[in-house]
Design a protein around this ligand. Structure first.
Ligand code: HAM
Length: 418
């Protein structure tokens, strides 16, 4: 084989694609009920869009971005996530002028140069949602419950919703100093990256995946103990509203997100069935990002679902996609022309119709009908053309129904309206 997909990328083919479409359609329905509108953004942005927002010391920016120079010498990056490009668009198009909350969703590929493994790809798809302009914890609860509804509606069960608060620019400095104090006398046990992060961004040390760093940071002070009055109140209300909406959750004070832009609420949804890459969706509040992009101070909150992580969890529970409503099996050239015409007419009426284009024996045509799961079959030979009358075979019940070779009557029989 001369060419293959690149490492960490995959082709999505039928019948799997029907599972993707099922999830996307289900999510779209729910987004509509919550007042979210779709936006489509480029897959490529100026590299600066990601560096400050996601964080210079984050794994994504330090190691995982597909960054290159275009032919005009500009540094561009394939989007590793959707929130920073969304905020860029939000500010560029002055979307903050619309009544708040402004609610948007997106679906599409993201790119991270990570080490590929099960459920971790270099091109992966997210369904993301962002709600802007309101910092009331009711909105946080609404977003988390909408995520629960989307995941539940596509048949996911046994998920663990973890929430925390990671504070804001007022309380984070206190937490940062406490963490530094804790790490200070053991920093030489950490990897080189963490030693570098100690001075620039010690919070990132909590996100390091190196086993010795995970071990050495055991017992670090929990961020929830350092929240300011406002963040504490916000988190308390969030829990109250989640309870009102009957969303089950656990509080995980050690939840760390791989992105620097979060403030206050952060959450992650995981499934134990996925092993080490168990996060199926994640998100949080980002109240300072719009100002950092040059817009008016505007709070925001959102999440993204990882498609490749939810597909394996529901794939087996979905039935195979149905076959065509009707297959024409013409015998001979004249019958093929008549079947060709009727196929087009019936498709225009909204039926899924196929015809055999190869002139093979009746036996092999019937074999094909079974293979493609045709619900009805019409054999069209010389006699049928002469009399203008055919039999439609219902492939499930085996019943034969007589019909004239006429579009309206065929439709009625196929739709079982007679
Ligand atoms: P994230 O946690 O980086 O958040 O990614 C969200 C989800 O994308 C993860 O929980 C996971 O399911 C999926 N994911 C991430 N990396 C990979 C990968 N390499 N292969 C397969 N799936 C992956 C964000 O991206 C934020 N933008 C979410 C957000 C929106 N926060 C606020 N608004």
């Amino acid at each position: 084989m001369k060419y293959k997909t690149l490492k960490g990328l995959q082709d999505i083919l039928p019948p799997d694609i029907s599972v993707w479409q099922h999830i996307e359609a289900g999510a779209r329905d729910i987004f509509k009920n919550y007042g979210f509108q779709e936006i489509r953004l480029p897959v490529m942005e100026s590299t600066d869009v990601f560096i400050r927002s996601i964080g210079e010391t984050s794994d994504i920016v330090e190691k995982e971005m597909y960054t290159f120079q275009d032919k005009g010498g500009r540094s561009v990056t394939l989007r590793p996530e959707g929130t920073a490009p969304f905020v860029r668009a939000y500010v560029e198009h002055h979307l903050y002028n619309n009544p708040a909350p402004q609610k948007y969703y997106y679906m599409g590929p993201m790119f991270r140069y990570e080490r590929p493994q099960a459920f971790r790809y270099r091109q992966f798809y997210q369904i993301g949602a962002e709600a802007m302009g309101i910092d009331d914890p009711k909105l946080d609860a609404e977003i988390i419950s909408m995520l629960a509804l989307i995941l539940g509606s596509i048949g996911l069960v046994g998920l663990n919703f973890e929430i925390t608060s990671i504070g804001c620019k007022n309380c984070r400095p206190g937490y940062r100093s406490a963490l530094k104090k804790f790490l200070n006398d053991k920093i030489d046990k950490f990897c080189k990256d963490c030693q570098r992060r100690f001075d620039i961004n010690p919070l990132r040390i909590l996100d390091c995946k190196v086993p010795s760093c995970i071990e050495s940071r055991q017992g670090s002070p929990p961020v929830l103990d350092f929240l300011c009055t406002e963040c504490e109140g916000h988190f308390k209300s969030l829990k109250k509203y989640l309870d009102i909406l009957s969303v089950s959750y656990t509080i995980n004070p050690n939840l760390v997100r791989g992105l620097d832009y979060y403030t206050k609420t952060a959450f992650e949804v995981s499934s134990e069935s996925l092993g080490s890459q168990k996060a199926v969706a994640a998100g949080g509040r980002y109240d300072s990002m719009v100002d950092e992009f040059g817009g008016p101070s505007t709070p925001g909150i959102g999440f993204a679902i990882g498609m490749e992580r939810i597909i394996p969890l529901i794939k087996d529970s979905l039935s195979e996609p149905a076959g065509p409503d009707l297959l024409f099996c013409p015998l001979g050239d004249e019958a093929a022309v008549k079947a060709f015409l009727l196929t087009g007419q019936l498709r225009a009426e909204g039926l899924w119709v196929e015809m055999n284009l190869e002139s093979t024996s009746l036996r092999s045509q019937m074999r094909k009908a079974n293979r493609i799961g045709a619900k009805n079959v019409i054999v069209l030979g010389e006699d049928e053309l002469k009399t203008g009358e055919i039999s439609i075979k219902d492939m499930v019940s085996g019943e034969q129904n007589k019909s004239l070779l006429e579009v309206n009557q065929l439709i009625k029989i196929i739709r079982k309206e007679t």
